[in-house]
Design a protein around this ligand. Structure first.
Ligand code: NAP
Length: 250
């Protein structure tokens, strides 16, 4: 009989196999696969206190780490890299036995090449590099390179095509694209994203994304815990879910 109760994934070996397999590209292709990841709460909030980290669960972390462990390259927008204080990628011990070779390079996309981004990427042993738009001021490219930062200047034309061309030159088969929302929108609109892994955090966050505008709450937002009890898909590809308000019992 069909059931709409989604299976719960833990961190046991069978669950890890399932997560790893779920991220495998649909069909083998010579071109790099660009797989985006994003997290939102049930009501669509994407940040808490200006960062997405406040939304994750331990399972979300497992999936996020698996994506990094699969990837040859981690692509991220300058806004996210700075807001989330990015550092070099590490391969999580949970996935270390499935990954051969070093952790993926973090590649930060920028147009204006701000000083704070150069600071973030300097002294990382080339583990954080910059992909600058074709029109980026060459003087700033020179400043970053003088600090020892590798800067790839993207081809002219659409960003998605330029990013794909760079990923191909860097021999990347799987690219983990970690956002943020502005860059994700741009690349989606250009048809440059192949997959999107969406995590839904088990809560609604009332006043989340614009918490500074909501007076009367300690942090400007209210967290309402929820748990999913039913989920199903449809032939057109939609996902339908039912959430019960209240904490999941552990
Ligand atoms: N919920 C989630 O899943 C999630 C995921 C990631 C991030 N976030 C949150 O989202 C926020 C940041 O996201 P965001 O949307 O503001 O910024 P973002 O998408 O991370 O970065 C935007 C920046 O990317 C660069 N950029 C954009 N288009 C470009 C192009 N065509 N060529 C070269 N560079 C380009 C520009 O950098 P320059 O300004 O340097 O020129 C632009 O300002 C943070 O609060 C973060 O915590 C949430």
């Amino acid at each position: 009989m069909l059931s709409t109760r989604p299976p719960a994934i833990g961190d046991d070996p069978a669950s890890l196999d399932a997560i790893w397999a779920a991220l495998r590209p649909e069909s083998p292709t010579a071109a790099p696969v660009i797989r985006a990841v994003m997290i939102a709460s049930v009501d669509g909030t994407t940040t808490v206190d200006g960062r997405s980290g406040g939304l994750g669960t331990p399972t979300d972390r497992l999936v996020y780490d698996a994506m990094r462990a699969r990837a040859d390259l981690v692509l991220v927008g300058s806004g996210t890299a700075v807001a989330e204080d990015y550092g070099p990628a590490e391969v999580s011990p949970v996935w270390a036995d499935r990954r051969t070779g070093p952790a993926p390079i973090i590649l930060v996309l920028t147009r204006s090449l701000p000083d704070e981004l150069i600071d973030l990427c300097a002294d990382t042993d080339d583990r954080m590099q910059i992909a600058a738009a074709h029109e980026t001021d060459p003087r700033l490219v020179g400043v970053a390179r003088a600090r020892g930062v590798t800067v790839h200047v993207l081809d002219p034309g659409p960003t998605g095509a330029a990013v794909r061309a760079l990923a191909t030159r860097l021999h990347a088969a799987e690219v983990d694209f970690e956002g943020g929302p502005r860059l994700l929108g741009e690349l989606l609109a250009e048809g440059a994203v192949d997959d999107l892994v969406l995590s839904v955090a088990p809560e609604a966050i009332v006043g989340g994304d614009d918490s500074t505008l909501t007076p009367g709450h300690e942090h400007g937002y209210t967290r309402v815990p929820m748990r999913v009890v039913s989920a199903f898909s449809c032939p057109l590809g939609g996902l339908y879910t039912r959430w019960v308000v209240g904490e999941a019992s552990r």
